[in-house]
Design a protein. Structure first.
Length: 65
């Protein structure tokens, strides 16, 4: 009998899986010190970003379902 893999709740809160299997993440540099950043830059930081290929395997293991 094979054990089920548990989802890492910390990863589940930070990443989203798309239907095609890609993993989305929140972009950095949006937490504070926003006055000096241009509106265009802040607007682009609102969008989700893709996880880099080097980190994909580790995140797939954290999100088995």
């Amino acid at each position: 009998m094979k054990n089920k893999l548990k989802t890492r709740s910390s990863a589940a809160k930070r990443f989203q899986k798309t239907k095609t299997g890609k993993i989305l993440r929140r972009k950095a540099f949006r937490g504070h010190i926003l006055e000096k950043k241009s509106p265009k830059r802040k607007r682009n930081l609102r969008q989700k970003g893709l996880v880099s290929s080097g980190e994909l395997r580790a995140i797939y293991l954290m999100l088995p379902n």
